[in-house]
Design a protein around this ligand. Structure first.
Ligand code: F6R
Length: 242
């Protein structure tokens, strides 16, 4: 794994945005795999700034997101559909019908999982996948114990994940208990992966990722089975690594 160490959150976002923008410029039909949460917000801000200032063109880009809460409609401010529009899609010239997220309110969620898996395949797979990391090592919403062979699936969110994400909701009880997420195997099919981490709350997870053997109790360690992974992390996130 290649590591890019940055001074802080802003620089992490800038470095990641540069790589994404370069990819889109060299391959206008790139399929980007996207994440939500606090970590990529800065990245999206730099992508929007660049689009406004340098007119990087997203007309042919396709995007597929990692996950969505079960039970939240697109209009819910805490849904990942809403987040992506608010922070990225509304500010780029990407046609909305080229931006994909799994639905957390599909009538039949098992059918939705299969549909989403097929959709990614039909797009030709993800060229560049952006990942954050949970404090417990989750990627997407694949919590500890998830099989490395998993495909898009419905999962129970770990209590620690619900607590970490409660900051966006009125109360902990409002955080959905389930999510739909692409699987670990789906993530590993991406041609290239950028994992981002910022802040001391991610330091333990980054240490484990770099030092432990691949094991299903620590989902991000599956990335050891992929040969095109770059970690962009700031000093605080790397503070426990020699
Ligand atoms: C979000 C996702 C999650 C987050 C992770 C870190 O789409 O897939 O794995 O990347 O929970 O979240 P933040 O960035 O809020 O610390």
């Amino acid at each position: 794994m290649k590591i890019i160490k940055t001074a802080n959150y802003e620089e992490m976002g800038l470095e990641a945005a540069k790589i994404i923008i370069e990819k889109v410029r060299s391959n206008p039909g790139t399929v980007l795999g996207l994440a939500t949460g606090s970590t990529p917000r800065g990245v999206y801000k730099y992508m929007v700034d660049d689009h406004q200032q340098k007119a990087t063109n997203y007309e042919e880009v396709r995007t597929v997101n990692l996950d969505e809460y079960v039970g939240l409609p697109e209009t819910d401010e805490n849904s990942y559909h809403f987040f992506m529009k608010q922070h990225l899609f509304n500010h780029l010239n990407i046609p909305k019908n080229q931006t994909f997220l799994p639905s957390g309110v599909a009538e039949n969620l098992d059918v939705e999982c299969k549909r989403y898996e097929k959709l990614i395949k039909n797009l030709g797979g993800v060229d560049l996948q952006i990942l954050g990391i949970g404090r417990n090592g989750h990627i997407g919403f694949n919590e500890p114990g998830t099989s490395f062979k998993s495909r898009t699936q419905i999962v129970d969110l770990a209590e620690s994940t619900r607590m970490a994400n409660a900051r966006f909701f009125t109360s902990y009880e409002d955080v959905p208990t389930k999510a739909i997420t692409v699987g670990i195997s789906t993530i590993l099919d991406s041609k290239e992966i950028l994992l981002l981490a910022s802040g001391s709350s991610k330091a333990e997870a980054i240490k484990k990722l770099l030092e432990d053997e691949a094991n299903e109790q620590f989902p991000a360690s599956a990335l050891k089975h992929h040969d095109q992974v770059t970690i962009i992390a700031d000093e605080e996130a790397l503070q426990l690594v020699e």
